[in-house]
Write a protein that binds this ligand. Structure first.
Ligand code: HEM
Ligand SMILES: CC(C)=CCC/C(C)=C/CC/C(C)=C/COP(=O)(O)OP(=O)(O)O
Length: 313
């Protein structure tokens, strides 16, 4: 099992004029993952008590998007060697040979640094510090340290992706209270079942490049059990905004229904034995639903708040 920096193909280390265009720079930011990052950040901002000027609110969300994009670009700069060996990632701009690593690194630094500075100057320094911590967490703590070393990489590293709603909230209020920490906890608990469902059907790729993802190190049965445990633990955490008085009945009903569906999809994954068919359908369903779950849960939080503010509930 390899640890530390991945090995790089010679062609990826030599600066040369490669045919990268704007689409490759967008791809470096992992735009599809970013949609949920931006959405949860926006929901944190909209659910927070108080008001924010629309231009400052927009700046905050833009900075979250740019910061997450910069961190994703650092991740691809660092992992170009292993991305080249995995089917799912081989067509990324650096491993596919469309962009040289130096360009990607400079772009990543500009996005990461720029987003933190603009957040600090335009929105607030607590939000900027949290953004800097989340970028460092994803790019350094998760990508460079935990991911190549431990099967708990996702459990600990998942914290990186849990920051956006906290940052959105702090952009409005300027301080960290219980409710944004609860929102952080929801994404933290959601990340292991989200990722391990996917890892079950791409584990051969991870095994080949020596990344110690849970199914590779502990096996399928243990990963399935843990997916089910996290899905069960996620339900009370998802209801916590209601328990702590930060959300009302609309949110509570949505969180209960969504969590019940999440558990219902996690049960067949958790109870499935290795070799029971190879279509991996329950895993794919759970992975797909995990994305929908978080969109719907955070959407419900904002709907609940807007309805309460309008005096409807
Ligand atoms: C350490 C934590 C996480 C890991 C390892 C992880 C990993 C992955 C991987 C490998 C994919 C497959 C598709 C791709 O490569 O784009 C994926 C998809 C996705 N992830 Fe995650 N993820 C994590 C956390 C998160 C977080 C925190 C969010 C947002 C809040 C998120 C949002 C998404 C979305 C929206 C997709 C679907 C993208 C698509 O439609 O292709 N992920 N994730
Ligand atoms: C504001 C801010 C910095 C937010 C963090 C963004 C975020 C969603 C972090 C979660 C980590 C993530 C998407 C990992 C993807 O796994 P990977 O990188 O291991 O996946 P790969 O194998 O596809 O490269």
């Amino acid at each position: 099992m390899s640890t530390g920096a991945p090995t790089l193909d010679e062609s990826m280390t030599q600066p040369q004029a490669l045919p990268a265009d704007w689409r490759d720079f967008v791809a470096l930011t992992k735009p599809r993952v970013m949609t949920l990052v931006v959405f949860t950040g926006l929901c944190g901002l909209l659910a927070a008590p108080g008001t924010i000027h629309p231009i400052i609110g927009f700046t905050a969300i833009l900075c979250i998007a740019l910061g997450a994009g910069g961190a994703a670009a650092i991740n691809q700069w660092y992992e170009a060697g292993i991305d080249a060996q995995m089917k799912r990632t081989a067509n990324r701009p650096i491993p596919a040979g469309r962009m040289d690593r130096e360009n990607a690194r400079d772009f990543a630094i500009a996005l990461s640094g720029g987003s933190v500075v603009v957040m600090g100057l335009g929105v607030g320094w607590l939000a900027a510090v949290l953004l800097a911590v989340s970028i460092f967490y994803y790019a350094v703590v998760y990508t460079m340290w935990l991911k190549p070393r431990t099967p708990q990489n996702i459990v600990v590293g998942g914290g990186a992706g849990a920051f956006p709603p906290l940052i959105g909230w702090v952009a409005v209020t300027g301080d960290v209270t219980l409710m944004p920490v609860v929102l952080f906890a929801i994404i933290f608990m959601w990340t292991p079942p989200h990722f391990w469902a996917l890892a079950l059907f791409v584990k051969t790729d991870y095994a080949r490049v020596g990344i110690p993802m849970m199914p590779v190190v502990k096996g399928e049965a243990s990963t399935r059990r843990q997916i089910l445990i996290y899905a069960l633990l996620l339900a009370p955490v998802a209801l916590a905004p209601w328990f702590v008085g930060g959300a009302g009945a609309v949110y509570a009903v949505a969180a209960a229904a969504l969590s019940a569906a999440f558990i219902a999809l996690a049960v067949p994954v958790g109870l499935r034995r290795a070799g029971e068919g190879d279509a991996m359908r329950p895993e794919k369903r759970l992975f797909g639903f995990s994305v929908l779950y978080l969109f719907a849960l955070f959407g419900a939080l904002v709907a609940d708040r807007l309805l309460a503010n309008a005096g409807v509930i």
